[in-house]
Design a binder for this molecule. Structure first.
Ligand SMILES: C[C@H](O)[C@H](O)[C@@H](O)C(=O)CO
Ligand SMILES: [Mn+2]
Length: 419
């Protein structure tokens, strides 16, 4: 059978489950997934020369890292040409583009410093999500920013956050797509602190000061991303899950953002999604793959990634969950890392859309658990790959491994020349 015949055969099989694969493909094409710029340069950014801090690490030293805005945009374009589906551009403030010798510190950033990125996003018909960069900067004092006991330090970072509110609104107005602005700080302590409450009270106050910056809540979606520990802050992080959830629950219009690398290894974010959907109109995610710790490995088509996609789809929450990828692997070709991760989550969304959720819920509600188990297991061997190939064909990208030849050629022609 050729690919078309295989798709037609798969279509019939899924029709037997009450699934219209043509409609699934149409729907998947419209689900935006935010693609993080920082996989392309190991989270280095353009505005500082110092090391990556904040308790995160991009391990490896694969040649060809993007060093300039132009190189990063070129690499993202290459990667996006290999990915099916709708993308948003996810930027950090540290990726500001200064021209003609200009420079602005983090608290002085303006929309004009991101005009090149808006041009890039418009060229690719993308919305833009944004992140204040509360790390990798000299004004991180003793590892602290918004929680610092030093007022001047807090005020610098509050000004940075306010500047990012203004830039986020600029992005939304320029692209016509709301901007998710994610607040994450690495503030914490390596060893047992004497005061866990004080930093959190200051953090709450600082975020409230940032959000006092006027903005249109239809255009800017502020989020607070939690974390359980970081490298060098193993004993305490101010922005814990309880803090982030409580802040979002008590501040109108603020979304909790869950990164599935930010919990204890046995905790599953997939299970947390339907819990939060009971209480929050909207939530945000960073989809990643933690190995032993919050290692930010490339997302794969693995169980938890599939479960995360399933919870979003089967709870009819595609319009309530802002999906972003967050991983940075410096040990492999970065174009391939971007591409594998994005395609993996597209596969997870497709798998979820091809699952007969109502049929399975009915079996659960009727306590027909034996049949439920049987059917959930049998569906795993349905021909997802034939629908995937048709989806990729319609999106104009390779369904199988052929795309990697293009990555190898790009490495040969472009990346290898970056000395
Ligand atoms: C670069 C991102 O802001 C960062 O990865 C953050 O989202 C995070 O997950 C830190 O562990
Ligand atoms: Mn994250």
């Amino acid at each position: 059978m050729n690919q078309t015949e295989r798709y037609e055969s798969a279509k019939e099989l899924y029709r037997g489950l009450g699934i219209d694969t043509d409609q699934v493909i149409r729907r998947l094409k419209e689900i935006p997934v935010s693609l993080h710029c920082w996989q392309g340069d190991d989270v280095k950014g353009f505005d500082q020369d110092g090391p990556l801090t904040g308790g995160i690490q991009a391990t490896g030293n694969y040649p060809g890292r993007a060093r300039t805005p132009e190189e990063l945009m070129e690499d993202m374009e290459m990667a996006m040409s290999l990915m099916p589906g709708k993308k948003k551009l996810n930027l950090h403030a540290s990726y500001a583009v200064f021209e003609n010798g200009e420079y602005a510190d983090r608290d002085q950033l303006e929309p004009k410093h991101f005009a090149k990125w808006v041009e890039f996003a418009k060229k690719h018909h993308m919305g833009i999500d944004f992140n204040p960069t509360f790390f990798s900067h000299a004004k991180v004092k003793d590892g602290l920013t918004l929680t610092s006991p030093d007022k001047e330090t807090r005020e610098f970072w509050i000004r940075h956050g306010k500047a990012c509110i203004r830039i986020s609104e600029y992005f939304a107005k320029e692209t016509g797509i709301p901007c998710v602005m994610n607040i994450w700080i690495g503030d914490g302590f390596k060893d047992v602190p004497a005061d866990r409450l004080g930093p959190r009270l200051r953090y709450r106050e600082s975020i409230e000061a940032i959000l006092a910056e006027p903005y249109d809540p239809k255009l800017v979606k502020p989020c607070v991303e939690s974390k359980v520990f970081g490298i060098g802050v193993e004993s305490y992080t101010a922005g814990s899950a309880e803090f982030a959830l409580s802040f979002a629950a008590t501040h109108q219009g603020v979304l909790p953002l869950m990164d599935n690398g930010h919990y204890h290894p046995t905790e599953m974010v997939s299970d947390k999604i339907p819990a939060l959907l009971c209480f929050f109109p909207e939530i945000a995610l960073h989809v990643t793959r933690p190995v032993r710790w919050d290692s930010d490995h490339v997302v794969l088509f693995d169980d938890e990634t599939r479960e995360i996609a399933k919870e979003i789809v089967r709870n009819n929450a595609l319009n309530r969950v802002y999906i972003a990828l967050d991983y940075f692997d410096a040990s492999i070709n970065r174009i391939s890392a971007w591409t594998v991760g994005f395609r993996s989550f597209q596969k997870a969304l497709l798998s979820a859309l091809l699952t007969p959720a109502e049929l399975l819920k009915g079996l659960q509600d009727e306590n027909r658990m034996s049949e439920l188990m049987m059917l959930q297991e049998e569906i795993k061997l349905y021909p997802l790959g034939d629908v995937w190939n048709e989806y990729c064909r319609q999106c104009g990208v390779e369904g199988g491994q052929g795309w990697f030849e293009k990555v190898k050629a790009y490495e040969q022609d472009v990346l290898s020349k970056r000395k």
